[in-house]
Write a new protein. Structure first.
Length: 399
């Protein structure tokens, strides 16, 4: 079991779903993890300290000032001890504190002191969950790398229907166990990702480019780094920042520059994902001065850029995994299948401009994933963060 031997902090804030957290603790313990619990004062209205102590086989950390001495720095020793923390249920209040750096109780203090993976399972009334303040706090946390285990839709404790009920303990457990499994497989693996557009200079002020924002590839690089991989991101011009500071980002401008950097890093890469929207052609001559307008027509002579993905496919060894993207506007499946074969890829991610909300300029994407001689797998429209997770999970299943 991937979770055996792991040290998990289970944080509990004051919501009715806290009773389900007892089952979550049992899943961890039954699968060989060690658990220490941290609660807010309100959590103890819903579960007793005795239940938490008995199930976790450890003391409960609920009061920062309970015992002067060892306990006064307990949040630091807990942070050192832990491999990960799950906060379930996470109320609107604790989410707000986490997002804004407020540390006024045992749980919020532990959160701030922790530099390990954190998962939170929000639980609250659906109107509270949908409130802009809560949504913004969740986004802030997600941007900082906190894993949000989204509540499913269903009946809430107050009788309302909607999104806000805490995710079931089995699902939370699977998510965290899956994280450690994937971490184990990707830890120390070298991953090369290309992202963004390329700009092909015409003269000192103009270029040929495209609408790619780079978001999809940046999310992929971040997610690989979240899972312990050693990531090099070769990124064309993009205003979007990488969230995970462990990503080694190399910013480039043109296809030729991207090609040169990729060649340097490809040989040692275990996994390469080419998601960049590389310009297929570049002006043959870059004018040294700004081109002045004169004649009615202006012709530019364009020459083919190197096909980076094709080159990597031709040079890859059997142990290397190569993933390409395809953006098609017609005959999607057939073109994608051809690309998979002709570029010698292990996997191809197809996004279609025909799908609303997919592709360039959107924060969402809708993809299909293809492996050679297999039926394509179609995914729902999702945030690019979530799409990155799907892509990496498919790679995980493949390796
Ligand atoms: N790609 C690349 N270098 C290029 C062109 C494309 O590495 N010069 C990669 C992209 O990063 C993507 C894949 O090739 O992973 C598919 O790109 P796409 O433009 O859809 O296909 P092309 O191979 O360029 O073919 P076509 O434009 O004819 O569809």
């Amino acid at each position: 079991m991937s979770i055996a031997g792991k040290h998990i902090i289970v944080g509990i804030s004051g919501g009715i779903a806290a009773y389900k957290t007892l089952s979550l603790i049992r899943f961890f313990i039954q699968n060989g993890a060690e658990v220490k619990t941290v609660t807010t004062p309100n959590a103890l209205h819903f579960v007793t300290k005795l239940s938490l102590q008995t199930l976790s086989k450890n003391n409960v950390y609920d009061d920062m000032f309970a015992d002067v001495g060892e306990i006064s720095t307990a949040h630091i020793s807990l942070a050192d001890w832990a491999d990960a923390m799950i906060v379930a249920p996470a109320t609107a209040n604790i989410i707000g504190k986490f997002a804004n750096g407020i540390a006024d109780d045992a749980l919020s203090t532990t959160f701030l002191a922790l530099d390990k993976p954190v998962f939170i399972a929000p639980a609250m009334n659906s109107r509270m969950y949908d409130h802009a303040a809560v949504q913004q706090n969740l986004q802030t946390l997600a941007h900082r790398g906190v894993h949000i285990i989204e509540p499913p839709c269903g009946e809430l404790a107050c009788g309302d229907q909607g999104k806000g009920r805490m995710q079931e303990p089995e699902v939370i457990y699977e998510r965290i166990a899956g994280f450690f499994l994937s971490h184990k497989k990707f830890l120390g693996k070298k991953v090369l990702v290309t992202a963004g557009p390329t700009y092909e200079a015409i003269d000192p002020v103009r270029f040929i480019g495209n609408h790619s924002s780079g978001l999809m590839g940046i999310c992929i690089a971040d997610e690989f780094a979240n899972r312990g991989a050693d990531v090099v991101l070769v990124c064309g011009p993009s205003a979007i920042k990488s969230k995970n500071s462990a990503v080694k980002r190399i910013d480039v401008v043109s296809a030729k520059e991207m090609f040169e950097v990729c060649k340097q890093h490809f040989e040692t890469a275990d996994i390469t994902v080419c998601s960049a929207a590389v310009a297929d052609y570049a002006p043959q001559q870059i004018a040294t001065q700004k081109i002045k307008k004169s004649d009615e027509n202006l012709s530019l002579e364009l020459v083919k850029n190197p096909d980076i993905l094709k080159y990597l496919g031709e040079h890859k060894t059997p142990n290397q995994i190569l993933v390409g993207f395809a953006l098609e506007t017609e005959n999607e499946m057939q073109n994608a299948e051809n690309k998979l074969k002709s570029k010698n890829l292990d996997m191809l991610v197809l996004n279609s401009l025909n799908d609303q909300g997919a592709g360039f300029g959107h924060s969402t994407n809708k993809i299909s994933i293809m492996f050679s001689n297999q039926i394509p797998k179609h995914f729902e429209l999702k945030s690019k963060d979530a799409v990155a997770k799907d892509i990496i999970n498919e790679i995980l299943n493949y390796i």
